[in-house]
Design a protein around this ligand. Structure first.
Ligand code: FUB
Length: 315
């Protein structure tokens, strides 16, 4: 693939996939000021052992949802001395002028853990804190999603096949060890009956946020008898649940086994980022990030969002 970015300052309508110069997955938008920053993973062209081959995290930004700037590699496995593989789905957040990028990685001594990189800029470079932030010694520690509530408490949810969370300390690079890692009850009421290991639809890729006093947990889900992930959501009146299943957010339209949600409100519009296998050469391990605008119903519920081919510029 060429290094050219899908960028044209005069465009008023954008097309999906957003990034056409490389394969990207696991979109994580972050709005800061008048800019939307989009953090992604990067599926390498050349696969090793016919599996996810992912070494670094990328950042792209836009002020209008159509014209994108490529900021290149902003964090990589080379920056994390204790990790050796699987630069998987990240999420970034700003607190007190610093930016924190939470990333699942495979440890040199085995198993997955969550790393955190810190930077003075949303576009990095990010510096690893030198040790795993969350490391339970099992394989559940992937796909972190971070949110700071109005009272200042920060939450880091994560997990496959179980949804778990920690209460981040104000420094954002440690968590309340007295509370520890809290396991969310994986019930049918919370996540609906499904075919993943817990018997519910909850699979992985949680995306946690609050809107109009409703807490949302959007996630990649496994429907009964389905081959590919769809996106679903649950809601709660509390940041720690109990969660109540809300419905399907996007059906299995991606054409690849995984999907991964990222949600953002930007300049008066609501967006769902997701990934598909739509670029030429696309496959399970060669994914591409897309976006669709959607609307909330007056009660906060969300109807199923259709995969979209075009996106209009915003001011
Ligand atoms: O991209 C690697 C993994 O696949 C992510 O961590 C999961 O969410 C799934 O998209």
């Amino acid at each position: 693939m060429s290094d050219e970015m899908n960028r044209n300052e005069d465009k008023k309508v954008g097309t999906n996939p957003i990034i056409t110069s490389i394969y990207t997955a696991d979109p994580a938008p972050m709005v800061f000021g008048d800019t939307l920053y989009l953090y992604t993973t990067h599926d390498e062209d050349e696969l090793i052992n016919d599996f996810y081959t992912m070494f670094d995290w990328r950042c792209f930004s836009t002020k209008d949802m159509v014209n994108w700037t490529d900021h290149g590699v902003i964090f990589s496995l080379d920056d994390i001395e204790w990790a050796d593989d699987r630069a998987w789905a990240p999420q970034a957040i700003e607190r007190n002028g610093k930016f924190y990028l939470y990333c699942p990685v495979h440890k040199k001594d085995g198993g997955m853990a969550i790393a955190v990189g810190v930077s003075d800029s949303p576009t990095g470079p990010f510096k690893d804190i030198g040790e795993p932030l969350v490391d339970e010694g099992d394989w559940n520690d992937i796909d972190p999603t971070v949110f700071i509530d109005d009272d200042g408490q920060a939450y880091l949810y994560f997990g496959n096949p179980e949804l778990r969370y920690v209460l981040l300390n104000e420094d954002m690079v440690s968590y309340d060890k007295k509370v520890g890692v809290v396991k969310i009850p994986m019930t049918v009421e919370s996540f609906a009956k499904g075919s993943h290991m817990t018997g519910t639809t909850y699979g992985e890729g949680p995306w946690f946020y609050k809107r109009n006093n409703i807490y949302y947990m959007v996630y990649a889900a496994f429907g009964e008898g389905k081959q590919c992930e769809h996106l679903a959501y649950s809601t709660s009146t509390s940041p720690t649940g109990p969660w109540v299943y809300g419905g399907v957010l996007m059906t299995e339209e991606g054409g690849v086994f995984t999907n991964h949600p990222g949600i953002a409100d930007f300049k008066g519009h609501s967006y769902l980022f997701y990934h598909t296998g739509e670029l030429p050469g696309g496959s399970l391990f060669h994914r591409s990030v897309c976006v669709a605008e959607f609307h909330y119903n007056p009660d906060g519920s969300i109807d199923t969002v259709a995969k979209c081919s075009h996106i209009n510029a915003v001011e």
